[in-house]
Design a protein. Structure first.
Length: 388
């Protein structure tokens, strides 16, 4: 296996982008990544595009050739593949592209992710997202994602004494971080009181405990490490890429206080990178709901199981904490265009490792981790990146 580096990143604004089409978003993110890398389009060998449900959100399937076309690479007939893994589509696209470059099959690969979710009304978006749960045994009975994560939250609160305030503190921290991210959907700071007073979505999760419905796209360019030097002097190496799966349904799991696929992917990634959780300088984790971040920091070994709420309250995961989590604002504040999220997480880690995260920059960041989850944990993918 060859070593693989990220030589370019690009991302659109995240938010409710009615003036931009899906095609515009894909083109903008891809062009930004290609120009950031300073690579000519003709050098691109392949594309991997994460998209969860473009068919139902905008009526457009077969988005891989669409990406080739908007990049103007149709005459080169390069291979392009769409990857679907619910909210982990971006992260899994990254994993597939990593394998392709590491194996020696391709040299320069564009990995993108895009979703345009706000063209449908709210209830329909919830229904489309619920297709990433078990339709027959969960969604059909009304157990949509806010409901499934609410069950996990209730269990965590019951078992470990995690409080509603501690859940809210995840949202407060991520909105604070997002206030410094020009690309974030919500740049307003909020308080614990704001979260607790916001409408109840699925008890105990309030509106401000939830990630929003978002439009956006993101892209990165991968290259073999030995060729990366020709394009950039700020080389970020992929130290690990690990993917794990579990039951599709939440009720099929052996435990509800953890996402076992995420634990497994995390362990595999630490082994591959030959590091321990304490070596990580910052992490972007999949905070689709506030409880998801608390479970994630436990599953990834940053804190002991059951201590995620307390650790958040004590500031361990804040910008100046021991392990800053979701410096971008996370899914909560930056937004969650499902297919794009995994790649947007990688964008943030690369910005941080290159020292380009401006006001939210973590000092001397060398190693960053991205944790991307599909559904209620049926898929989990963990990447560990290091600045060379
Ligand atoms: N965080 C912060 N503010 C939010 C928000 C969120 N998650 N969702 C909506 N808002 C704001 C809107 O901007 C709007 O503000 P305004 O009145 O100032 O314009 C207001 O709240 C109402 O927005 P609306 O779109 O009517 O909310 P909604 O009730 O239709 O949807 C949720 C809110 C939480 C139900 C929806 O965002 C949701 O379903 N989120 C979860 C998405 C999900 O499941 N993703 C997959 C995870 S696995």
């Amino acid at each position: 296996m060859r070593e693989v580096a990220i030589i370019g990143i690009g991302m659109t604004q995240f938010g409710e982008l009615w003036e931009k089409s899906f095609r515009d978003l894909v083109a903008e993110a891809g062009i930004k990544a290609i120009s950031d890398a300073g690579i000519e389009g003709e050098k691109i060998d392949a594309m991997y595009i994460g998209g969860m449900s473009t068919g139902r959100f905008i009526g457009q399937e077969h988005v891989a050739p669409l990406a080739v076309e908007v990049a103007g690479l149709q005459d080169l007939h390069i291979p392009a593949v769409r990857v679907e893994a619910a909210c982990a589509s971006g992260g899994v696209a990254m994993h597939q592209a990593y394998i392709a470059v590491a194996s020696g099959m391709y040299d320069f690969v564009v990995v993108g992710g895009a979703e345009k979710m706000t063209d449908v009304v709210g209830g329909e978006a919830t229904n489309i997202l619920a297709s990433a749960a078990d339709r027959e045994w969960e969604a059909f009975f009304g157990a949509t994602f806010p409901g499934l994560y609410a069950l996990m939250a209730k269990y965590h609160m019951h078992k470990y004494g995690t409080t509603q305030e501690q859940l809210a503190m995840v949202a407060v921290k991520n909105h604070y971080n997002g206030s410094m991210n020009p690309k974030a959907q919500f740049k307003r700071k909020i308080t614990v009181e704001d979260v607790l007073k916001s409408p109840m979505v699925a008890e105990p999760l309030h509106l401000l405990d939830c990630s929003p419905i978002t439009d956006g796209a993101s892209a990165v360019i991968l290259a073999p490490l030995d060729k990366a030097k020709e394009y950039t002097d700020k080389i970020v190496k992929i130290k690990a890429s690990a993917l794990a799966c579990d039951t599709l349904s939440l009720h099929g799991r052996k435990r509800f206080d953890s996402l076992p696929a995420a634990v497994h992917a995390g362990k595999k990634a630490y082994e591959m990178a030959e590091i321990k959780p304490e070596d990580v300088d910052l992490a972007e984790v999949h905070d689709c709901f506030t409880i998801a971040e608390i479970i994630a920091i436990e599953d990834l070994g940053f804190v002991e199981k059951g201590k995620g709420g307390k650790a958040t309250e004590e500031g361990l995961t804040s910008l100046n904490g021991e392990i800053p989590v979701n410096t971008s604002g996370g899914l909560k504040s930056k937004g969650h265009p499902v297919g794009a999220t995994g790649i947007a997480q990688i964008n943030e880690i690369v910005l941080q490792l290159r020292g380009e995260a401006e006001q939210r920059q973590i000092k001397d960041a060398k190693i960053g981790l991205a944790h991307n989850v599909g559904g209620s944990g049926g898929t989990a993918v963990v990447h560990i990146l290091e600045v060379v």
